[in-house]
Design a protein around this ligand. Structure first.
Ligand SMILES: CC(C)(COP(=O)(O)OP(=O)(O)OC[C@H]1O[C@@H](n2cnc3c(N)ncnc32)[C@H](O)[C@@H]1OP(=O)(O)O)[C@@H](O)C(=O)NCCC(=O)NCCS
Length: 197
């Protein structure tokens, strides 16, 4: 679980012999559009653990700011039982044909002071770069605004361009503050209306 199932070649009527790369890209785009974003639930615990186990070592390192093999049962249950008032979570869920749903992305929000929350996010390696991270962060921004928060923060490795691009491309003012040991905190101002990124 947590891994996207093996991609099977799709017959293509337009071209007689599509390259394996074209077939894979087309299939992956289709998969990404079938991904649904929703609030996390207590019943997601086993699937969430499997999601983090299935991430690459590098994605787990950049998500947790250090090397780890994944999350334990207690941490997974904690992520899956936010109070929805101060803590929240969202998952990106996909249902491959004839298989149970799997989690392909996770975002958590933890209180970080009275009017701030810290956000952390990860997306399955097989589906990176297809807008799933942005959809998760958009859900977090909407939730934080509804909750009356004024700032979202995110702590990341300084050499993590993907999350930096994702957060600075939201159309909201952001400030990046180095906090030492190659770690940066990005602060996102929620008071301002979004502009086109
Ligand atoms: C960061 C992460 C969640 C982004 O997820 P994603 O689904 O690939 O992101 P999206 O497809 O929504 O892309 C969002 C933006 O980031 C950009 N981006 C994505 N990957 C990038 C990369 N490797 N380098 C530079 N920019 C990148 C995209 O181009 C897009 O910007 P645009 O809309 O201006 O073109 C994903 O890379 C990930 O899970 N990384 C491992 C965990 C991690 O590092 N989490 C951050 C710690 S809080």
């Amino acid at each position: 679980m947590g891994q996207i199932p093996q991609i099977a070649a799709i017959p293509d009527r337009a071209t007689a012999t599509p390259s394996p790369g074209d077939v894979f890209a087309a299939r992956a785009r289709t998969l990404a559009t079938r991904v649904r974003i929703r609030q996390i639930r207590p019943t997601d615990s086993a699937a969430l653990q499997a999601f983090y186990t299935g991430l690459s070592d590098e994605s787990r390192r950049t998500r947790f700011l250090g090397s780890t093999i994944g999350i334990g049962g207690n941490q997974s249950r904690y992520f899956c039982t936010p109070d929805h008032a101060h803590r929240e979570g969202f998952v990106a869920v996909m249902r491959p044909a004839h298989r149970p749903s799997i989690i392909v992305g996770h975002l958590c929000l933890e209180p970080d002071g009275t009017d701030r929350a810290e956000v952390a996010v990860a997306v399955a390696d097989e589906l990176l770069g297809r807008g799933i991270g942005r959809r998760l962060v958009d859900a977090a921004v909407d939730w934080a605004r509804r909750d009356g928060l004024r700032t979202l923060t995110a702590t990341m490795l300084a050499d993590n361009p993907a999350i930096q691009r994702l957060l600075t491309g939201l159309g909201l003012p952001t400030v990046a503050v180095p906090i030492g040991a190659g770690v940066v905190e990005v602060r996102i101002d929620l008071d301002t209306e979004r502009t086109a990124a």
